[in-house]
Design a protein around this ligand. Structure first.
Ligand code: SF4
Length: 66
């Protein structure tokens, strides 16, 4: 299992700017809670899920199974 940044640097730049503006909360959702602090609960659960492979919701990170 590996977590990598999106190879598209424009996406990474945009999401990171969004994170800076929100103080680290997911820029893709309105809710501000510990669950939406990057890495958000949704992606943490996807990391734990052995069947999941793909991008987080904002497409900042990619999880590969191997
Ligand atoms: S892990 Fe991805 S979806 Fe979750 S808060 Fe961070 S950038 Fe957003």
């Amino acid at each position: 299992m590996a977590i990598t940044l999106n190879p598209d640097q424009e996406v990474v730049k945009t999401v990171k700017e969004g994170l800076k503006q929100t103080g680290g909360y997911c820029p893709c959702v309105m809710e501000r809670s510990p669950d939406t602090k990057c890495m958000c609960k949704e992606f943490r659960e996807q990391i734990q899920d052995p069947a999941f492979e793909g991008y987080c919701h904002c497409m900042l990170y990619y999880k590969s199974k191997d």
